[in-house]
Write a protein that binds this ligand. Structure first.
Ligand code: ADP
Ligand code: MG
Ligand code: ZN
Length: 471
């Protein structure tokens, strides 16, 4: 029988802050600049004799993150030099924070945070030219926040949930676009396996992760790899090392073992002033001015509207959609109507949006009118979907459209009976099948009546009439 193994995960997450200028110089911080070496100056190109100046906005952003995490904001903080050589860091050190980070503690989704600190991003090397490499300094010196969690995550899913929640939080706070594909958010996964939940196993660190999905896969892959080694009695082959995630092979590979790990020889950067944050910022004022956070919003939606958790997540992910939904809910007021509205938004509206990028949110009044019309049976749900598909491209009154297109439901039995009879007469074969016991055949007749009435008939009434006339 195989033993039980426990997985432990800690994450190190970097996020580029969306300040106007870079961390220590006045260069433009523009992640979308594709022309190399445009946003550069002697400071971010590491020319000797230049002096860095701290970007206040970047410090403020990290404080906001700390406040949102319920963490301690340091009174005293300073920047350190992290010494190492690499072509993308020609100063031979990166300005980072070591002993006195801006933020310590806090938590998110039940995951304890160790620290959040501020550093500068590096340049980017391009190795796609054959026998030489190029370095682009546009990214050098962009403010980079690093968040480290405690080793308290125990599954791939939990790790993914944490990462996604942090991404949403950074966006709500407006401090980072946090787009993983663009490298604005980068995740390193630390993971270990052990037989005893109270004792940590040897950890490996996985890099080159370019999505939360990849992070989850890497965690599952490593769990399996290390579990198998332990089960085969080859536990000594699990070594503390850095591994890379290979997206094509969906596996990890060894990159660097602990023996060649760097000793960064951190020391306080003598070119930068030490900061007493309480003297520079009104922290309590900043706390009171935080925007509504994702979790608060989630709870409010749950309590106020009684809609599905799945719907709530759509509104949390897309803040603008969530606000629009709330405006609709304020008009509708009635809980059943609000639930109907939410169904139309999350399945129909988002469905339309997925296939056509020109789809836009209609005016809340028009959308609320549409929901009222369905609930009063003025239009069928089929008709409502057609109207919705129309107003997301050309915003107009649903009542006007329904009238023009003849979608107002016909509750006049007499008129409907005529159409039903016509369809029966035109489809003797289907009628025979139905009468022969295949009750489902009636649906084809219902469909034809609906078509004939241009969607204006009430399907329940059509079915009732058909059954009566076919007795
Ligand atoms: P290092 O000095 O190797 O960088 P740290 O103690 O700074 O290690 O931790 C880096 C990250 O690794 C943190 O997110 C931490 O939670 C995580 N971590 C530490 N030990 C383990 C472990 N045994 N298993 C999984 N994650 C761990
Ligand atoms: Mg570390
Ligand atoms: Zn610069």
């Amino acid at each position: 029988m195989s033993k039980q193994y426990y997985t432990t995960i800690g994450l190190e997450i970097h996020a580029e802050l969306n300040t106007n200028s870079k961390m220590f110089c006045g260069c433009k911080n523009d992640p979308d600049e594709i022309k190399p070496n445009v946003n550069i100056c002697p400071v971010c190109m590491a020319h000797p004799g230049t002096l860095p100046v701290i970007n206040k906005k970047a410090v403020e952003s990290v404080i906001k993150v700390g406040l949102a995490l319920g963490a301690n904001i340091a009174d005293f903080t300073e920047f350190d030099r992290k010494n190492y050589f690499y072509p993308d860091i020609p100063k031979a050190y990166q300005i980072s924070q070591y002993k006195y980070p801006i933020v310590k503690g806090g938590s998110l989704k039940g995951v304890d945070i160790t620290r959040v600190h501020l550093e500068e991003d590096t340049a980017t090397s391009k190795h796609d030219r054959g026998d030489y490499s190029l370095v682009d300094f546009n990214r050098a010196g962009v403010p980079l926040m690093e968040l480290v969690t405690e080793p308290v995550i125990h599954s791939a899913k939990e790790a993914g949930d944490f990462g996604r929640e942090l991404q949403i939080l950074l966006r709500y706070l407006g401090v980072s676009e946090a787009n993983m594909e663009k490298g604005q958010m980068r995740v390193e996964l630390n993971i270990s396996i052990s037989e005893d939940p109270k004792v940590f196993g040897t950890k490996v660190e996985v890099k080159n992760i370019n999505s939360f999905r990849a992070m989850e896969r890497a965690a599952l892959y490593e769990t399996k790899r290390m579990t198998e080694l332990l089960e085969e009695g080859r536990g000594d082959e699990i070594v503390q090392e850095t591994r890379g995630w290979d997206e094509n092979k969906q596996s990890t590979f060894s990159q660097r073992s602990k023996e060649n790990a760097n000793d960064y020889r951190y020391f306080p950067d003598p070119d930068l002033p030490k900061l007493f944050l309480n003297k520079i910022f009104d922290i309590e004022k900043m706390r009171s001015e935080l925007p509504e956070l994702p979790e608060t919003r989630r709870n409010r939606y749950r309590n106020n509207y009684g809609i599905k958790d799945e719907d709530i997540e759509s509104y949390i992910l897309d803040e603008k959609l969530g606000t629009w939904f709330e405006e609709v809910a304020n008009i509708l007021k009635n809980k059943d109507l609000i639930k109907t509205a939410s169904n139309y938004i999350t399945s129909d509206y988002l469905g339309l949006k997925k296939i056509n990028s020109e789809v836009q949110l209609p005016h809340v009044k028009n959308f609320a009118e549409l929901i009222n019309m369905v609930s009063e049976d003025k239009v069928s749900s089929r008709g409502a979907k057609d109207i919705l598909a129309f107003i997301v491209l050309k915003d107009e009154s649903p009542l006007k459209i329904a009238t023009e297109k003849g979608l107002i439901q016909n509750h006049d039995e007499g008129a409907l009976k005529e159409i039903v009879q016509k369809v029966i007469d035109a489809n003797p074969a289907v009628v025979e099948t139905y009468k022969g016991g295949k009750e489902n055949a009636i649906m084809s007749l219902v469909g034809q009546v609906m078509k004939e009435s241009k969607g204006s008939a009430n399907p329940q009434m059509v079915q009732k009439l058909l059954k009566e006339l076919l007795k």
